[in-house]
Design a protein around this ligand. Sequence first.
Ligand SMILES: NC(=O)c1ccc[n+]([C@@H]2O[C@H](COP(=O)([O-])OP(=O)(O)OC[C@H]3O[C@@H](n4cnc5c(N)ncnc54)[C@H](OP(=O)(O)O)[C@@H]3O)[C@@H](O)[C@H]2O)c1
Length: 335
Amino acid sequence: MPNTIISREIRLASRPHGLPTPANFTLTQTELAPLSDQQVLVRNLYMSVDPYMRGRMNEGKSYVPPFELGKVMDGGAVGEVVESNAKEFKVGDAVTSNFGWREYFTAVPKDLHLVSRELQPLSVYLGALGMTGMTAWCGLNLGEVKSGDVVFISGAAGAVGNVAGQLAKLRGCKVVGSAGSAEKVRFLRDECGFDIAFDYKAGPVVDQLNVEVPDGIDVYFDNVGGEALEAALAALRVHGRIVVCGGIAGYNAEAPPPGPTNLFNMITKRLTMKGLLVRDSLDRQGEFEQEVGGYFRAGKLKNRETVVQGIEQAVGAFIGLFAGKNNGKMVVKLI
Ligand SMILES: NC(=O)c1ccc[n+]([C@@H]2O[C@H](COP(=O)([O-])OP(=O)(O)OC[C@H]3O[C@@H](n4cnc5c(N)ncnc54)[C@H](OP(=O)(O)O)[C@@H]3O)[C@@H](O)[C@H]2O)c1
């Protein structure tokens, strides 16, 4: 390593109760150890903040271990190789990784994934061509979404939602989205190609679905849970499908929110409800990159993002997810 590298990083200071606050995090500086054999030094260019990280701030067993107190929060990032002692990577290569909320890190090749620099900005690898885009693609596959389906997506203006909507349009579906403001409704209709969009804060979701899609929906792509799930259960047609991707409406609840009051629809309408975990499909990443990367390169799929500048803004960007501060993927630009 030519010079000493000082890297800033964000650590978990305490576990939140309800909505996280800046006091739950600390921004600190650390000096990186000299690069050893087979190691690569990476400077992150963009890092991701994601709703699932809220769950990892809690103690307790889940599908992924909790963040440790006093340790750096890990998560998706895209960066460039600054120095390499490994034959697999050379200086200037763009790589994705999961080392998260820090400016620089050292890693071994198996923990880095080479991506093409041709696609710009590289933050696309956190959005449409990254974990959230892949979640959208996996969710549509899980729900066996096909041409002619009427698909309702909640949290539609976010990272997963907007890509799910764009991909469903490419499959020949009629796409309906809900989001939390009039500006987001316009974004969904005018920029993401949704057929129908409505503001879930403007009136009961069940009533708005009744007005917008009186003949019902075939598929519900759930990013939110709560009221949206209950409304979708009412709107689904016989043999309808629900893809359960997320439940952000409940992530900051201090006690589990009550479940839908109308689950009986599962029986009367013979509905199917499937849970999605994108990490189950990592073996399909190549297929995802080929199909969805192809749409992106052809200009058929747009990467939508909200970019904040600087690691010192990361905590605010993360907390902002729970107040709907993002259109598309929320990313933090580090240089
Ligand atoms: N299962 C998996 O493998 C997997 C993978 C990735 C993500 N997910 C889940 O997918 C969902 C979307 O993730 P994302 O990364 O795309 O996040 P995102 O949608 O980009 O950001 C979160 C959005 O949620 C909405 N929101 C916040 N609080 C809400 C509330 N109380 N009720 C309704 N909407 C609320 C906000 O938009 P509004 O302005 O519209 O409220 C906000 O912009 C999350 O639930 C996440 O946990 C699951």
